[in-house]
Design a protein. Structure first.
Length: 174
């Protein structure tokens, strides 16, 4: 993203220290700050030209606060068949069929849609990647580590897994 915005700096915000270390190394013009998405973000009012929200909580008022009036919010959410091959065998949580409705309810007062599209691909993941993927999603709060490891061991290695996401571009309401 920063390569397409040559005179801009990036700031990664996450609660995960591991994710922040990875983000900080991703580009020479990116910084990384630990924060909780449910608290005020450590960003000045109207400072961001673009905010990218990937599978993260969304506080519409706070995201609107940090975006410039001519800015954009890009939200990445899972489609209903995201990781479909893993949901049953690993007991992962499925994607709520009302996800897009909830997104519109939460962000609608602050943003208007400027477009959306779906992106789909099939990934070939080894057992280690499957374990890491399961550990970073909401299912990790509900899964027994031993049972999850055993279930992963029963999968083919590598396993084809569907990546299915919806990319929604939103503009601040005036």
């Amino acid at each position: 993203m920063l390569d397409r915005l040559p005179r801009r700096a990036g700031l990664a915000l996450d609660v995960s220290r591991h994710a922040l270390r990875v983000a900080a190394r991703a580009h020479r013009r990116i910084g990384a700050v630990a924060c909780d998405a449910w608290r005020p973000l450590p960003v000045a009012d109207s400072a961001a030209v673009l905010a990218l929200n990937v599978f993260a909580p969304r506080d519409g008022a706070e995201l609107r606060r940090i975006l410039r009036p001519d800015g954009a919010l890009l939200v990445v959410t899972p489609a209903t068949d995201h990781l479909a091959e893993l949901i049953g065998p690993l007991g992962l949580l499925s994607v709520d069929e009302r996800k897009q409705d909830r997104l519109a309810d939460k962000l609608g007062p602050y943003f208007e849609s400027a477009g959306e599209r779906e992106h789909r691909a099939v990934m070939s993941l080894d057992h280690t990647a499957v374990g890491l993927l399961a550990a970073m999603g909401p299912s990790s709060w509900h899964a027994d580590a031993g049972a999850l490891a055993a279930a992963i061991g029963r999968l083919p290695d590598p396993v084809p897994v569907t990546l299915a996401v919806r990319l929604t571009v939103l503009r601040p309401r005036r």
